[in-house]
Design a protein around this ligand. Structure first.
Ligand code: HEC
Length: 253
């Protein structure tokens, strides 16, 4: 028994070392694939703001529309770019070489991004652009230093300024005002307001990343549904099996 316990404790060690990885603090977001309204809003933000540069080439519009409960004709009217068809993949017309020469790095395909980096990383990244005149697009990012992507959502978020050096940011404690529950004295402040308040913008990014988590694993929705049905079946089958067992053993006793 003791041996098993020791083996179990040792097996936990690699997890502990992963968890302690260095890097900027990430804000947590709980992905909710059952929140269709959020996923639908996320898809809209994604198509309108990201698809110009990034593709999601392993995802088809139609599949997304069906999974997220969106009428096909609405998707056709509002979300398709140019002469795309609803059965096509979510691609764009940018050539890799052009992307590389415009941004330094071509914008990567984002279908599997949420599985690669994790939702928390993307959620924090998209909210961590700040003004930096020394960069080609006038912005830098605390999660992805010297990033080649412009802050395309600045019109919503506003212009953000960073008051901390990277070292300070790493150890910075955000204090919460006990009266209002709002964060005080964080590293970032909004210098010039955008179309949304900070809370609204956080929600927009939440919806967007929720959608990105969905396209990373679209069959997860199916597995949840099938899993529930299987459990219901097993529950009901238990009674049938039990009744059958009783019937068989009746004569033995
Ligand atoms: C104007 C073009 C452009 C638009 C629009 C754009 N991006 Fe980017 N994005 C880039 C480029 C270029 C990179 C690569 C940056 C680098 O490697 O330095 C990038 C990188 C990223 C990365 C990090 C990829 C990695 O390395 O893991 C994520 C995540 C991302 N973009 C998400 C988005 C989302 C979400 C949107 C829509 C809100 C969006 N981008 C809109 C150009 C763009």
């Amino acid at each position: 028994m003791k041996k098993y316990l020791v083996a179990f404790v040792i097996a936990l060690f690699p997890l502990a070392s992963f968890a302690a990885g260095e890097g900027p603090k990430l804000d947590h977001m709980a992905v909710d694939l059952h929140n269709q309204a959020s996923l639908q809003r996320g898809m809209q933000v994604f198509v309108n703001n990201c698809l110009g540069c990034h593709s999601a080439q392993y995802q088809r519009y139609q599949r997304a529309a069906e999974d997220l409960g969106m009428p096909i004709n609405l998707v056709e009217e509002n979300l398709l770019l140019g002469d795309q068809k609803v059965g096509e993949q979510m691609t764009n017309a940018m050539f890799k070489e052009d992307g590389a020469s415009w941004f330094g790095t071509p914008p990567p395909d984002l279908t599997l991004e949420a599985r690669l980096r994790g939702p928390d990383w993307i959620y924090t990244y998209l909210r961590s652009f700040y003004k930096d005149e020394s960069r080609p697009w006038g912005v830098n990012n605390t999660v992805f230093p010297d990033v080649g992507m412009p802050n395309v959502l600045e019109y919503l978020q506003g212009e953000q300024v960073n008051h901390c050096t990277p070292e300070e940011a790493l150890h910075h404690e955000v204090k919460i005002d006990p009266l209002t529950g709002k964060a005080m004295g964080g590293c970032m402040t909004i210098a010039q307001a955008g179309q949304q308040t900070t809370a609204e913008f956080d929600k927009t990014i939440y919806d967007l990343v929720n959608f990105m988590a969905y396209i990373g694993e679209p069959s997860k929705l199916d597995s949840h549904r099938i899993g529930t049905n299987v459990l219901i079946f097993l529950f009901l089958f238990f009674f049938v099996a039990y009744a059958l067992k009783k019937e068989y053993w009746k004569d033995v006793h």
